[in-house]
Design a protein around this ligand. Structure first.
Ligand code: AMP
Ligand code: MG
Length: 330
């Protein structure tokens, strides 16, 4: 299969609609990462997404809808706090998990009785979802466990020959996947950290918990238990206060003839002495936005990426630290 990359216009939208209606998959941009979408009502189309990515079949997909879509056709009860959060943050990088009505294919939620729903803010994503007019089940548009794609070229390098069309909306500005929020209980619970932070949610509705997966427990958000987001080279991870050890490891690797690079934020880069640096930038938003870009850049030039966790770890950085830790897990 030949994979085409088109900018988003009337022609490419019409083509993407035909592909989706025929049961195919289309990659599309969002404000977080690129998604790989299929008709959420079509079981074969949804199962195909898992095949294309090599995704474990117990890791459910998020359903993406246009901002005018009536989600009461898809989910049961939407609690008051969820209504407030929708007003505050949607469209945007926040996925909300509700009790499902069971109307979309069972393959979307991998047998769970809940459904994760997202209304992306990206103009291109909105155009695509409106044009197609269907709920679109979509995970990130990468080979499973590889770094998520934040440009059309990233999608192409993972999925060339496997999908017919990539809608090119430029670089995704957010850079890490959406916050996943469980809205089935009395208070919201963050299952996956992202750009809409626990602190931001608590400010709107008073309370917000953070789910922590305990050993031996069945994961409430199955994706949490997998190694994820990994570059295709060796990795090592150091804490901010272990940065001098990271530099020692870097120097030793270079002396041994290993092409090592240090991945860190600008603040850390200024405190250490190393030539090969993948600099994530200064602000929290920059660091999130650059994380996957730099991991993908790094795997092309480095044999070893030595990552140093930034000093700040709350707010948006909670999501960054979560992805970085998973990316560097062996
Ligand atoms: P991805 O699209 O690759 O970013 O992965 C989607 C994430 O959403 C994974 O971590 C899933 O486990 C999570 N997710 C999707 N549907 C549900 C659901 N019904 N309940 C809990 N988590 C979900
Ligand atoms: Mg993913």
């Amino acid at each position: 299969m030949q994979t085409k990359i088109f900018y988003i216009d009337e022609n490419s939208l019409e083509l993407s609609k035909q592909i989706i209606l025929d049961g195919g998959a289309v990659a599309f941009p969002t404000e977080t990462v690129y998604g790989l979408g299929a008709n959420a009502f079509d079981t074969a189309a949804v199962e195909n997404i898992f095949k294309i990515k090599g995704r474990p079949n117990d890791n459910p997909l998020i359903v993406h809808v246009h901002s005018d879509y009536d989600i009461s056709t898809l989910v049961e009860y939407v609690p008051d706090y969820a209504i407030k959060l929708k007003k505050a943050f949607l469209p945007g990088p926040l996925t909300m998990v509700y009790k499902s009505k069971g109307n979309v294919s069972k393959a979307v939620s991998c047998g769970l009785d809940t459904l994760a729903v997202r209304i992306p803010a990206h103009e291109g994503a909105q155009k695509f979802l409106k044009y197609v007019g269907l709920p679109i089940a979509a995970p990130s548009a990468n080979i499973s466990k590889h770094v998520s794609p934040v440009t059309a070229e990233h999608v192409y390098s993972d999925l060339d020959g496997k999908i017919p069309l990539i809608l090119d909306g430029g670089k995704c500005c957010g850079g890490i996947e959406s916050t996943v929020l469980d809205c089935t209980g009395e208070i919201p619970v963050v299952l996956r950290s992202g750009l809409v932070t626990r602190e931001m949610i608590a400010q709107i509705v008073g309370q917000c918990d953070q789910y922590v997966l305990k050993d031996g427990e069945r994961a409430r958000s199955p994706g949490m238990k997998y190694k994820h987001y990994s570059p295709r080279c060796a990795t090592m991870l150091y804490r901010f206060d272990g940065r001098e050890d990271a530099v020692k490891q870097y120097n030793k690797s270079i002396a041994d003839g290993v092409k090592a690079y240090i991945l860190c934020d600008d603040k850390t880069a200024k405190l250490i002495n190393a030539e090969n640096i993948l600099n994530l930038g200064t602000t929290e938003e920059q660091i999130a936005s650059n994380l996957y870009l730099k991991l993908r850049e790094g795997e092309k030039v480095a044999q070893l990426i030595i990552a140093i966790i930034p000093e700040k770890q709350d707010g948006v950085m909670a999501g960054v630290v979560n992805r970085l830790t998973k990316a560097c897990k062996n």
